[in-house]
Design a binder for this molecule. Structure first.
Ligand code: FAD
Ligand code: NAI
Length: 467
């Protein structure tokens, strides 16, 4: 095989691309990963999951130290050092992206630095930052080019006054006020960061509810909690114009249902109304692939319409989540290697890393009702969980939805402290098609917050016990 000929060429080095590359290396395939960013890791490691979680963690500790320590008998007067907070975030990101580089070397993955373009069946051309080009040959091409923020006409992101998530992860100082467009995951996570650090945060949302993908009851509880924390919501509102000046930005906002427009002012605006697939200059036409009308590449078991061309992660339909991209990646490479690859898209968990956190897997109540499915509900509040009580973290609840006839768990929805770490239990249970009774009769350690998972399952048959 010529040096530039590969079993697999992957375009994009995010969670989809890098996991695919590493799995291919593990399976002994000759593999190259083309990434045009200066570092590996894609959106998630560089400007997404990782830096946002670093700031969420640090800002949460700041707020706990300021507001909650006194009740525990700890005297402290925390002072913000934003420069250090940003530095530790950047250092964590660098360590993680270097970690992917290390794994590439360990698994004999060639990182080809530059922009990849499909040049026809089995051909990928790469143009480096220096303008030099390289032609690769590939038995299989995997498209893992990810996504980018969705723009809003009339609201121009300049990364100074009007920022997207990337700009909001690196504001040089705490704004006095921040307007967020979109009450989705990015808006609420990054809005929480800056509110905790001292900004007055107002969220403008088109729909009459927040986090449209979450179970409605959970979304209401989250909105109540964030409102108590000081976040202001303008639901059912549309932004019709934006202006910037040296000192700030303003938005013209109108009720969706009709009514008078008003102008909202702030130091910064964060635009977070979703993300769209990224396929710019990818040469899809050279292999006859036409993205759907929203720009997604359609796949059947990760195969595109072009023989030998696969697509994974955010660029394909489905939840735009790093762990979904990773599952796609492993399944795709295993199929390329002639093995069995499988992803259960019903079991991709979602987490919103606000305080309290939100986590869910499977169907929401709204989805079950729309499908006409008969279900039973079990619920358990953290106020009745002993670990939550001794930790003074009693906000939230766990809700289990189970099939009315078979008792199979169909969906689990949680709001509360650290629920991101607990949802995995139900992912495993549901992967084994557990009944709620299976979870209810599984011994959980005491005192732990995870007992709320068992108690909610017990609640499906009405035998929940209080702490
Ligand atoms: P990406 O990570 O977008 O990677 C695609 C890569 O391809 C990029 O590095 C890009 O430079 C490269 N590329 C594109 N075109 C070319 C080309 N022609 N040639 C060479 N390289 C190319 N998800 C979670 O699961 N949990 C979270 O907590 C979370 N937090 C997030 C926070 C923020 C602020 C954002 C923006 C996103 C977050 N996400 C989170 C979503 C997550 O980042 C994405 O779902 C994930 O990165 C998708 O992986 P991917 O590999 O499909 O694409
Ligand atoms: P989102 O899809 O989560 O939310 C966008 C929100 O904007 C929705 O509530 C929508 O109704 C609203 N909206 C749309 N158009 C609008 C308009 N014109 N005016 C006002 N509101 C409008 O998108 P978001 O927050 O940008 O995040 C993008 C994706 O990134 C997420 O869907 C998720 O896949 C991923 N992500 C995941 C995280 C996690 O797993 N914790 C964290 C951050 C991002």
């Amino acid at each position: 095989m010529a040096e530039t000929s590969y079993d697999v060429v992957i375009i994009g080095g995010g969670p989809g691309g890098y996991n695919a590359a590493i799995r291919a290396g593990q399976l002994g395939l000759k593999v190259a990963c083309v990434e045009m960013r200066a570092t590996l890791g894609g959106t998630c490691l560089n400007v997404g999951c990782m830096p946002s979680k670093a700031l969420l963690h640090a800002s949460e500790l700041f707020e706990i130290a300021a507001d909650d320590f006194a009740a525990l008998g700890i005297e402290a007067s925390p002072k913000l050092n934003l420069g250090q907070m940003m530095k530790q975030k950047d250092e964590s990101v660098t360590a993680l992206t270097k970690g992917v580089e290390f794994l590439f070397r360990k698994n004999k993955v060639d990182w080809i630095k530059g922009a990849g373009k499909i040049a026809g069946p089995g051909k990928v051309d790469v143009t480096g930052a220096d303008g030099k080009t390289m032609a690769l040959e590939a038995r299989n091409i995997v498209i893992a080019t990810g996504s980018e923020p969705t723009p809003l006409p009339g609201v121009t992101v300049d990364q100074q006054r009007i920022v997207d998530s990337t700009g909001a992860l690196a504001l040089p100082q705490v704004p006095e006020s921040l307007l967020v467009i979109g009450a989705g995951i990015i808006g609420l996570e990054l809005g929480s960061v800056w509110r905790r650090l001292g900004a007055k945060v107002t969220v403008v949302e088109f729909l009459d509810r927040i986090t449209p993908a979450a179970d409605g009851e959970i979304a209401k509880a989250l909105q109540r909690s964030l409102t108590k924390q000081g976040v202001e919501f303008r639901l059912g509102s549309k932004v019709t114009a934006a202006k910037t000046s040296k000192s700030g930005a303003s938005l013209t906002v109108e009720p969706v249902a009709g009514g008078a427009a008003e102008t909202l002012q702030a130091d910064h605006v964060l635009l977070a109304i979703g993300r769209r697939p990224y396929t710019k200059d990818l040469g899809l036409e050279s292999v006859g692939i036409t993205p759907d009308k929203r720009g997604f590449i359609e796949t059947d078991h990760l195969r595109t319409s072009a023989p030998g061309v696969w697509a994974i992660g955010d660029v394909t339909l489905g939840p735009m989540l790093a762990h979904k991209a990773e599952e796609d990646a492993v399944a795709c490479i295993e199929m390329i290697a002639g093995k069995y690859g499988h992803v259960d898209y019903n079991l991709v968990p979602s987490v919103i890393y606000t305080y309290p956190e939100v986590a869910w897997v499977g169907k929401t109540e709204e989805e079950l009702k729309a499908a006409g499915r008969a279900y039973k509900t079990g619920k358990f509040p953290f106020t009745a969980n002993s670990r939550a009580r001794i930790n003074h973290e009693t906000e939230g609840f766990v809700k289990v939805l189970a099939d009315a006839a078979s008792d199979e768990v169909l969906g689990v929805h949680m709001i509360g402290p650290d629920v991101s770490e607990m949802i995995g239990e139900y992912c495993v249970a549901m992967a084994f098609r557990a009944a709620s009774e299976d979870v209810a009769r599984t011994c959980h350690a005491h005192p732990t917050r995870s007992e709320a998972l068992k108690q909610a399952a017990m609640g499906v048959e009405g035998w929940t016990m209080q702490a």
